[in-house]
Design a protein around this ligand. Structure first.
Ligand SMILES: NC(=O)C1=CN([C@@H]2O[C@H](COP(=O)(O)OP(=O)(O)OC[C@H]3O[C@@H](n4cnc5c(N)ncnc54)[C@H](O)[C@@H]3O)[C@@H](O)[C@H]2O)[C@@H](O)CC1
Ligand SMILES: Nc1ncnc2c1ncn2[C@@H]1O[C@H](COP(=O)(O)OP(=O)(O)O)[C@@H](O)[C@H]1O
Ligand SMILES: [K+]
Length: 484
């Protein structure tokens, strides 16, 4: 698991570390890391470092100090370096002196555009951890002139460090170099950060438990069930899928297919699309209704069931079955509109809710807003459930506050029916008895790997995502650090 810490926590840890470190040492270490990545980017994009033109956008704080020191290190590799000072009186004094000693050029903002436009690489040292709000107009005007790749220091300026939200002008980086530990912005807004590189400045021992985590491939591989010699079709958990209706039979086929491919246990289907499901997935035991579906160890309920009386009674039956439930799509809408359906929930029954932003607004009375992690936590608390908030970055939170984020690999899964596939994956993992929070996180991970494999750079329908599940699992298992 990769830990992620909020800026308050990072700042407190940095203060402790600063107290036991010689003056300026941390910044030079951080800036040296920036210069190494900058040199690599220059070499990759232009074939050389010496003689290439680097522009530093330098703000008033230590982020600007990092940029100035990184510029000084790049001068030692014979790059041409120009610092554009947004606030000359408050520019980091030692950094400025170091850059000048190394032969760097220093200009004020008014002179900036002509250097920025001709740069081979722009380094964003406008603002870092202390960023508040989007870029101010003077900084935004300079950033608009950039054509070269941008290397952001700590985070792309103008993007909120703790939520990743972009609410106005901001830097869009090809690469971000951060220090000590990842901050929420790096997991929640990969599109604006670009590739994220972590430079170790010895902060880890000063940090306690992370505020947020990202599962890595090893976590997912270790969590995913693998049958052993003593297993049979029942021992790995039977998942029931209550999905589909006359209007939306496809949702049933997608969710059931995902479940059939996720684990090697058994899948039952209950609903009006039984014939269609059987035709596509002959191994699934399909019946017309949840009341005569037989025993399962977890239910998925909701995709395409509709929000009428029949859907409601299906949901209530499933919630009263005493096994973990993944409530998706129409089930989330029903829960929002008719909260009494939750009275049918057996006390202690684990519940996973998987809303997209619109369903979330129904459940909570408002859209998730800029802070999606807090939004998911609030919903988890309100419904005493694990909440998987879908979107480009999926957030999974549980009532106690534990939260993870799944950073996607591209946006191709933003296609109709893709959520039905995810619900089938979640259900299979609930049926094997996995911790619901981990089940939701691992399912989101494999869902995005399947999206990447299925699309290979082109749009694909959700059924192709289902077909890619075996390759996604093979890939996860082969990339895991040890054979799990
Ligand atoms: N504390 C340390 O020892 C270390 C700090 N480091 C760097 O220090 C940074 C934090 O430095 P600071 O706390 O001095 O603050 P910043 O450099 O993040 O910000 C300083 C100033 O930027 C301005 N600002 C705020 N929001 C803005 C916006 N939206 N648009 C334009 N300007 C804005 C404000 O005037 C603020 O005072 C980190 O991000 C990191 O880059 C690194 O050198 C590692 C070591
Ligand atoms: N921009 C995006 N990038 C990556 N994944 C996305 C994006 N938008 C949506 N997704 C994922 O695609 C799925 C869409 O689910 P959902 O909105 O329920 O669609 P549907 O109801 O059509 O099945 C979710 O897993 C979500 O996280
Ligand atoms: K920055």
């Amino acid at each position: 698991m990769h830990g992620i810490w909020t800026t308050d926590r990072i700042r407190a840890a940095e203060d402790r570390l600063l107290a036991i470190t010689p003056d300026g040492a941390l910044m030079r270490k951080a800036a040296f890391g920036v210069s190494v990545v900058a040199a690599r980017m220059l070499a990759d994009h232009t074939g050389a470092v010496a003689g290439r033109s680097v522009v530093l956008l330098v703000g008033a704080g230590n982020n600007g100090g990092d940029a100035l020191w990184a510029g000084a290190f790049l001068r030692k590799r014979s790059a041409g370096v120009t610092a554009v000072l947004l606030n000359p009186e408050r520019a980091h004094a030692e950094g400025l002196a170091a850059l000048r000693r190394a032969g760097g050029r220093v200009v004020e903002a008014a002179e900036g555009p002509r250097w920025i436009e001709r740069a081979d690489l722009v380094i964003d040292g406008i603002v870092g951890l202390s960023a508040r709000g989007s870029l101010r107009p003077d900084a935004a005007a300079l950033v608009r002139r950039v054509v070269a790749p941008v290397l952001a220091i700590d985070l792309p300026s103008g993007v909120d460090p703790d939520t990743g939200a972009v609410e106005g002008d901001a830097v869009r980086a090809s690469c971000t170099v951060t220090f000590g530990a990842r901050k929420p912005v790096h997991a929640l807004n990969p599109a604006w950060c670009g590739d994220v590189e972590l430079v170790d400045i010895g902060l880890l021992p000063e940090l306690g438990d992370p505020d947020l985590v990202r599962l890595d491939v090893g976590d997912v591989a270790a969590a995913w069930p693998v049958p052993g010699p003593d297993d049979d079709k029942y021992s790995q958990g039977v998942v029931g899928i209550a999905a589909g209706s006359a209007t939306y039979p496809g949702a049933a086929v997608l969710a059931t297919g995902a479940a059939a491919l996720a684990t090697s246990g058994m899948v039952r289907y209950a609903g009006s699309a039984a014939d269609l499901v059987r035709a596509r997935w002959p191994e699934v035991i399909a019946t017309g209704s949840v009341t005569d579906a037989g025993r399962v160890q977890a239910w998925v309920v909701g995709p395409g069931i509709g929000t009428g009386g029949e859907g409601r009674s299906t949901l209530e039956t499933v919630l009263g079955a005493g096994v973990p439930v993944c409530a998706d799509a129409d089930a989330t809408t029903l829960i929002a509109r008719v909260p009494e359906v939750l009275d049918a929930r057996d006390p202690g029954t684990p519940l996973v809710l998987t809303p997209h932003a619109g369903e979330f607004a129904r459940l909570m009375g408002d859209k998730p807003g800029a802070d999606r992690v807090e939004a998911a936590r609030a919903a988890a608390k309100k419904y005493d459930a694990v909440v998987l908030l879908k979107g480009h970055c999926t957030v999974v939170a549980e009532p106690g506050g534990r939260a993870l984020v799944n950073t996607p690999r591209g946006s191709w899964p933003a296609t109709a029916g893709s959520g039905d596939v995810l619900s089938g994956l979640v259900g299979s993992l609930l049926a094997v008895g996995l911790d619901p929070w981990l089940a939701a996180g691992a399912a989101a991970y494999v869902h995005s790997v399947a999206g990447e494999i299925a699309s290979r750079g082109a749009p694909v329908p959700a059924s192709a995502l289902v077909d890619a599940i075996p390759d996604a699992l093979r890939s996860v298992r082969s990339l895991a650090p040890r054979d799990v």
